[in-house]
Design a protein around this ligand. Structure first.
Ligand code: NAD
Ligand code: MG
Length: 395
């Protein structure tokens, strides 16, 4: 049996992961499940999967879960709390695979713990790579971890890259990576209208059903910026080797361009169970619960260049990537704070890039020499972004 820990099991990716595992119970055993808040969901998951451990963000929540488990049918689950426990269940000897599906920089340390324990890490938590790209990849190599991308674009690219791409993209004849993105719910919305969009409108993605943070990121296209940075580290691509292509149907999940003029693409229904099943079964294949595409039903595929004027977050992410050092960590932290404030209706949608840009301007960008430096930049950027938001609220 393959032991699996799911970090962020109550989220959109976490729930999709359990849906795939449910189809292959003879092969996989759930070792640990974790959640920040949704205790009811975590409780139900514990009853179904009987994991050895369940980790809740705070001690109060952990106590509530432990009480419910004691009263409502003992699943034999030990309940733990806090970030240290997340790191612990990511590194357990009986855990072979770790699904890293916590949202935001909060996922960095637990995901790194899995890497440092040499696990197969199924990486959905793109923010971990955005914050700590170089150090993260060095840890992957040093500890012989197996890093498999879950982000649908990166999973597609991984499927289209030649064997041994880690030795250098050029050696395998790869010239460019084409990262596709739907353009989100506001692909055709005017700048004027963008100022008044609501969180509900921003979260109504045309093709994907996802958690609130990544849904807003898709609407600002910051998501495609974060994914460009993610691709840079995952595949060792130079920034000018990565190109964003707007593809409204979300059928082609990304492409790889070769020196001979070939483009290789991966196509499927937009359903995260496809990349999840791919990474769980790799290098084999197994059923995901998703039907194959009917190309006659798909009919047509469209492509456009991205619009940097209406989606300034995309420009800011490219600039942070070019700048290097702690810039991407600052960009990510400011964006997390801004998206949180937008979801709470404290700022406008169009304020999100303002918060990010101002924070980047006010911070000193340093060399990303160590994890403490990155974590300090992250907290300082959060403070500055929060101050901007507090001032904007009063205005
Ligand atoms: P979500 O909000 O639905 O779920 C997040 C999970 O993380 C929940 O289980 C939550 O309890 C947990 N969590 C939140 N804050 C935490 C904290 N501070 N400490 C510990 N745990 C915490 O998010 P999601 O949409 O499932 O996305 C998860 C990650 O996967 C994100 O990084 C996202 O960018 C990436 N991703 C998601 C999708 C998708 O389709 N949803 C696609 C590609 C990549
Ligand atoms: Mg994606």
């Amino acid at each position: 049996m393959i032991g699996v820990t799911i970090l962020g099991s109550t989220g959109s990716v976490g729930v999709s992961t359990l849906d795939v595992l449910r189809r292959h119970r003879e092969r996989f055993q759930v070792i640990a499940l974790t959640a920040q808040r949704r205790i009811d969901e975590l409780y139900a998951q514990c009853l179904e999967w009987r994991p050895s451990y369940a980790v809740v963000g705070d001690a109060d929540g952990a106590q509530r879960l432990a009480d419910r488990l004691r009263r409502g049918g003992d699943a034999g689950t030990e309940v733990l709390a806090g970030e240290e426990s997340l790191c612990r269940v990511a590194a357990l000897p009986e855990t072979h695979y770790v699904m890293a599906a916590i949202v935001g920089a909060a996922g960095l340390l637990p995901t790194l713990a899995a890497v440092e324990a040499g696990k197969r890490v199924l990486l959905a938590n793109k923010e971990a790579l955005v914050v700590a790209g170089r150090l993260f990849m060095e840890a992957v190599h040093r500890h012989h971890a197996t890093l498999l991308p879950i982000d649908s674009e990166h999973n597609a690219i991984f499927q289209c890259l030649p064997p041994g791409f880690q030795e250098g993209l050029g050696r395998g004849g790869v010239t460019r990576i084409l990262l596709t993105g739907s353009g989100g719910p506001f692909r055709n919305t005017s700048l004027e209208q963008l100022a008044t969009v609501t969180p509900a409108q921003a979260c109504a993605h045309p093709n994907w059903s996802m958690g609130p943070k990544i849904s807003v990121d898709s609407a600002t296209m910051m998501n495609k910026g974060l994914e460009t940075i993610e691709a840079r580290w995952l595949f060792g691509a130079e920034p000018d080797q990565i190109r964003v292509v707007v593809h409204p149907q979300s059928i082609i999940h990304s492409l790889v361009e070769y020196a001979d003029g070939s483009l290789l693409a991966q196509l499927s229904h937009p359903d995260m169970r496809v990349p999840i099943a791919h990474a769980l079964a790799w290098p084999q294949r197994m059923a995901s619960g998703v039907a194959t595409l009917d190309l006659f039903e798909v009919g047509r595929l469209d492509f456009q260049a991205p619009d940097f004027a209406r989606f300034p977050c995309l420009r800011l992410a490219f600039q942070a990537l070019a700048r290097g050092g702690t810039a991407a960590a600052v960009l990510n932290a400011a964006n997390e704070v801004a998206v949180g404030a937008f979801l709470e209706r404290r700022i406008r949608f169009t304020d999100i890039p303002e918060v990010v840009e101002t924070t980047l301007e006010r911070m000193t960008i340093q060399e990303a020499a160590s994890l403490p430096i990155l974590l300090e930049s992250d907290s300082k950027a959060r403070r500055i972004a929060s101050e901007w938001i507090a001032a904007a609220e009063i205005r």
